[in-house]
Design a protein around this ligand. Structure first.
Ligand code: ZN
Length: 226
């Protein structure tokens, strides 16, 4: 197995930074996206244009894209504010109503199964413990436990790479700057939970008021002030 990488790529700011990070390091990089009935499905439409822009610079390294539709199985399990029009609120358990239980665990499991088939050793994801929205499946301990479980269960030596794990949003913008993808990130990536691409801010497109827009905008402002 060579040192290729599979990037969990949604079309958002974080996974775009991860994709550029991987392209700068690994000789062979493929991408996988997941449909799960997300209300911001427009994010998935950003994937092609972002990949095209990155291919201009790293075209020889960027391999095939894969799209896996988990919508029927995840919607069958119930609705969240990320997959319906329900309000985005904080629950009594400290988790926002946008939390989709098991989502990242499924992404990593499907990603590893695909990486197995494709002969890719590294699996790159944008999980982040620093600025995260309270999602327990983004924690470093969760990722390390998944790496162990996947390697045991598939008899492989996958490496789960999470380059954003200890970065806040300002540092993610700084990373985009070092990788030369700030303009691409602003214009082409999508973060807004509400799927808004009619309002353009200096940090990119979005409603400007949902939690995802709030994090992205605040990170931008801190990065610009540093
Ligand atoms: Zn928004």
């Amino acid at each position: 197995m060579d040192d290729g990488a599979l990037v969990l790529f949604s079309g958002g700011q974080d996974s775009t930074a991860c994709l550029a990070w991987a392209l700068a390091r690994f000789a062979r990089v493929e991408t996988v996206g997941f449909a799960y009935g997300q209300r911001h499905a427009i994010e998935l439409e950003c994937r092609g244009p972002v990949r095209d822009a990155l291919a201009e610079r790293w075209g020889t390294r960027l391999g095939p894209d894969h799209l896996i539709d988990l919508t029927p199985s995840l919607t069958a399990l119930g609705q969240t504010a990320l997959t319906s029009e329900a309000a985005i609120v904080m629950g009594e358990d400290g988790l926002p109503s946008t939390f989709v239980p098991g989502r990242n665990l499924l992404f990593l499991t499907y990603g590893a199964a695909l990486a197995y088939r494709r002969g890719l050793r590294r699996i790159v994801g944008g999980m982040c413990e620093t600025d995260f929205s309270g999602y327990p499946d983004c924690r470093d301990d969760t990722i390390k436990a998944m790496q162990l479980a996947l390697n045991l269960g598939m008899q492989r030596r996958f490496v789960l790479e999470t380059p954003l794990m200890w970065l806040d949003k300002a540092a993610t913008w700084a990373l985009a700057d070092r990788l030369g993808i700030v303009e691409l990130t602003v214009e082409r990536t999508h973060t807004c939970y509400l799927g808004d691409r009619t309002h353009r801010h200096d940090w990119g497109w979005g409603c400007g008021t949902c939690p995802a827009c709030g994090l992205r905008a605040a990170g931008w402002r801190r990065w610009r002030e540093e």
